[in-house]
Design a protein around this ligand. Structure first.
Ligand code: UDP
Length: 412
């Protein structure tokens, strides 16, 4: 649940809120439905959690629906996700059939709301087939891709593309992800809610409580990567970087993650991480429940440096969250991390564990540079990656998309 809009005035200023309210008036009463595949865990749920209530506060009739699936469905959608991010995966015809069947079951339940909606946002591939099932739709349908789809494994993209091309528009987080499609494409990077449990200011006591809960030493530097246990987040590469740094500096490492309910691969990746970590008491692998917002917030605040060494990344909200807490981020030189980590200004972009170790050592030896980068990072997020910018772009793209059908209603 997000704070009321007025609460953001001190962070973004009154003009930004006034503009949102003006846009909201033009869309008053518009029925908007967001559909994704998990209520918690991962970046999409994180965004819909605040976006839906804020749209409602602005006068739109917004709701958020989650499709249900069985384990087989989520294995297939994870393979689709991996394929779209470039992995060579085999999805048998039977797998696509399961994908369609689960979408069909969900469609039965969601039918009235989907048919009546003025705008439907379908998030990521899992519910993408719903459009084909909704023959009597009244509104516009927009496919919102949150993942790094810059170099998809072609056979997977070919099938998904056939589903996506029927949409009225699509949204990608950055230009490199956009694909040839027969409809308008919008570029909208995600954002964070600065007043959510994950990002609000914490008292010293709140931070210290988390520090002592996990036995972290306040006198030594701390490296933190928060991520689902997913191979594309490269947690094993993070352990390798830590080991190189550990030879010359007394650092501690936290790798904190939890499962999203639509991610079945986490267990295997976690086992690999535990094996890589061995019995080093300064590597803290934390398996957090999905509602551990305050814990994640505190870990990011007590970090000396935030790591996000992904090898593919749609956007990387963890990067935004770390930067908002005034920390430099050492991130993989991929996807949306490139939008946020301005090399040498808000952090460093790296390609290998050696590169990450080199940058960690540099920052640990240059406290002034570290502080300066952290402060630049926070302002960069304020300018570009807070929810107010994000919601403004959604409202404007809705106005543009609805204009074709409702020229007399929507006056852009
Ligand atoms: N997250 C969390 N607990 C975890 C792992 C991740 O709360 O154990 C949150 C994290 O703080 C961020 C989101 O989940 O808000 C992950 O979004 P991101 O864009 O970084 O990656 P995704 O999981 O969507 O690939």
């Amino acid at each position: 649940m997000s704070a009321p809009l007025g609460a953001y005035e001190g962070i973004v200023g009154p003009a930004v809120l006034r503009q949102l309210r003006q846009l909201g008036e033009k869309l008053s009463g518009t029925r908007v439905v967001h559909v994704n595949s998990t209520r918690e865990g991962g970046g999409v749920a994180e965004i819909l959690e605040w976006m839906t209530p804020i749209m409602r506060e602005l006068g739109l009739d917004a709701s958020w629906e989650v499709i249900d699936g069985n384990p087989r469905f989520f294995e297939i959608t994870k393979a689709i996700h991996n394929g779209l991010q470039g992995a060579n995966v085999a999805i048998p015809v039977k797998g696509w059939k399961t994908f369609e069947d689960v979408n069909a079951r969900n469609f039965k339940r969601l039918r009235p709301i989907l048919e009546e909606a003025d705008i439907v946002f379908i998030h990521d591939p899992q519910p993408a087939h719903l459009l084909r099932l909704c023959e009597r739709r009244k509104g516009k349908w927009i496919w919102r891709a949150h993942i790094d789809i810059s170099r998809p494994f072609r056979p997977v993209w070919k099938v998904l593309r056939s589903m996506v091309e029927g949409y009225d528009a699509s949204i990608f987080s950055m230009a490199q992800f956009a694909q040839p499609l027969p409809h308008p494409q919008f570029l909208v990077p995600p954002s964070i809610d600065p007043l959510s449990g994950k990002n609000r200011d914490l008292s010293h006591a709140e931070i210290e409580a988390v520090r002592s809960e996990y036995g972290l030493d306040p006198s030594r530097p701390l490296l933190v990567q928060i991520s689902r246990f997913d191979r594309f987040k490269d947690p094993v590469g993070v352990v390798a970087a830590y080991r190189m740094v550990r030879k010359v500096a007394p650092v501690q490492l936290v790798l904190a993650g939890g499962g999203a309910t639509d991610d079945p691969e986490g267990k295997a990746v976690l086992e690999d991480v535990l094996e890589a970590a061995g019995n080093d008491p300064d590597i803290h692998v934390l398996l957090l429940p999905p509602d551990s917002h305050k814990t994640v917030n505190a870990l990011q605040r007590m970090a000396t440096i935030i790591l996000q060494k992904s090898t593919r990344e749609g956007f990387g909200l963890t990067v935004t969250e770390g930067m908002w807490k005034g920390k430099p981020v050492i991130g993989g030189d991929v996807g949306g991390i490139r939008l946020q980590v301005v090399n040498h200004h808000t952090g460093f972009l790296v390609n290998t564990p050696e590169g990450a170790a080199h940058r960690i050592r540099y920052l640990l030896h240059h406290q002034e540079g570290l502080d300066r980068m952290g402060a630049t990072a926070r302002e960069f997020v304020r300018e570009n990656y807070l929810l107010t910018r994000h919601i403004r772009e959604y409202l404007t793209l809705m106005l543009v998309t609805l204009r074709d059908t409702q020229a007399n209603v929507v006056n852009v």
